[in-house]
Design a protein around this ligand. Sequence first.
Ligand code: 6PG
Length: 246
Amino acid sequence: MRRVFDDADGVARYAAETLRGMVESASAAGRRVTVALSGGSTPRRLYELLASEYAGQIDWTALEVFFGDERAVPSDHPDSNFRMASEALLDRVPLDRERLHRMPADSGDPVAAAAAYESVLRERVASGPDGFPALDLVWLGIGDDGHTASLFPGTEALEERRACVVANEVPQLGTWRMTLTFPALCAARRVQFLVTGASKARIVEAIERARSSGDLERYPATRVVPREGEVEWLLDRAAAGKARGG
Ligand code: 6PG
């Protein structure tokens, strides 16, 4: 499903409304909502909207918060996804901090840390019919090379079929990342890609061309196709510009 909005604010507002609606329904049924936050810069606008206009509209104690990926840096490092999300949202709303799960990608033993994160994910998130934890909502971005989370082209994590969380060596960045894998992303009930700005127009067009020709290998983002759930591409006009119907 592809949704094009006039501007980045429209994308953020639709995503915020998605979460608000999910929490409202879940709270009424006495259930939690499990969400995986995206890193990068695009989601900041969404997180700031949630922490401001939506702060009083969401029962934050009903949320269980995970991350889609994290860089191998401390939580106070400028590159940390956790720091960005904390500054824009997590430190500004009354989350139950016991239900906030930072990816410890700066651990001295990234493989063990990924396994430990997976244990928490499996403990806190009910598994779907395929045996993988089914997050209620996953927000993702895309990079210019078609990566999403830290599933970069040509990296080992792309081939992972069993683990939900891995430490992924990314030679093109010369570093480690911790990331959810395709089994975890494709088990989600709902995935929303947030893609805004003219700089994304080329990769959006390339991905849509690849998808229509059935090439799901070239760009990792195209392989996020939830088995039971739905995936939405939330684009502003600038990012959708060159693609069909942009
Ligand atoms: C990260 C993200 C990554 C990001 C894309 C887009 O840790 O950087 O998980 O997948 O979503 O690189 O980043 P921008 O939103 O900054 O363009």
